[in-house]
Design a protein around this ligand. Structure first.
Ligand code: FE
Length: 235
């Protein structure tokens, strides 16, 4: 028996990993950074093979880690978690620095930063696990680091499909939220005691309007109107 709730009991943080090689800067949000040894200090990170970042880390032989704080805006998660480094220079959109190895490292909303030299990699099927030695480590922020549970429960965050912990059911309605998904209806059929909104099925963002314009794009992840589902909540 596999009870998916058991996986929810595993604690982890939210991180942006980055790397650069041959003029391409790549980075993505992960929840898979772990310290695996102290002497020497080594970190591991699992990155989806479909992420541009995986190939860039492999070529570069180094990666940066920024530990995100609890005040990290969803727009930052949207940039690094729901866009591709192949067509978006993610580090240009948020305050970043280049470390001594030439790797881009997010500064904005980072409570700690690491520069890691890859020592080993392990093929995990959908993901590659990189294990590397920490060359630099800095505690740079005073805010609390954001846990993955905080991201989901307080920030209302969703899990990108390429994440290690993605479950298809996580795209469905969160029962803890005080609204319901409904089939689209004309407004005349609606009771006005409900507020109508549209929820992005990719990242969870909700726009509380009766109708979305045809050219509407999600402000968090950038997908179009067709990826939104109708929701309501009591007013
Ligand atoms: Fe979205």
């Amino acid at each position: 028996m596999i009870d998916s709730r058991a996986f929810h009991a595993l604690s982890c943080g939210v991180y942006v990993v980055g790397a650069a090689c041959e003029g391409l800067q790549a980075g993505c949000v992960v929840n898979t950074v772990t310290q695996v040894t102290a002497t020497p200090a080594q970190l591991s990170v699992a990155v989806n093979k479909e992420n541009v970042t995986m190939g860039v880390i492999r070529k570069a032989g180094f990666f940066s880690v920024a530990v995100l704080d609890e005040s990290t805006p969803m727009e930052l998660i949207g940039t690094f978690g729901f866009h591709s480094s192949s067509d978006t220079d993610k580090f240009a959109e948020w305050k970043s620095e280049t470390d001594a190895q030439g790797m881009p490292c997010l500064v904005e909303h980072a409570v700690a930063r690491f520069c890691v030299k890859v020592k080993q990699e392990l093929d995990l099927g959908t993901h590659v696990l990189f294990v590397g030695e920490v060359l630099e480590a800095q505690a740079v922020g005073v805010q609390a680091p954001m846990t993955y549970a905080y991201y989901h429960q307080v920030k209302g965050g969703k899990t990108p499909p390429k994440a290690s912990s993605y479950e298809p059911s996580s795209k469905e309605t969160n029962k803890a939220e005080n609204f319901q998904v409904k089939e689209a209806k004309s407004m005349s059929e609606e009771k006005r005691a409900e507020q109508v909104g549209w929820r992005c099925t990719v990242c969870g963002y909700i726009e509380w309007v009766d109708e979305l314009p045809d050219d509407f794009k999600c402000p968090i992840c950038g997908v179009g109107k067709e990826m939104f589902e109708r929701v309501t909540r009591p007013v």
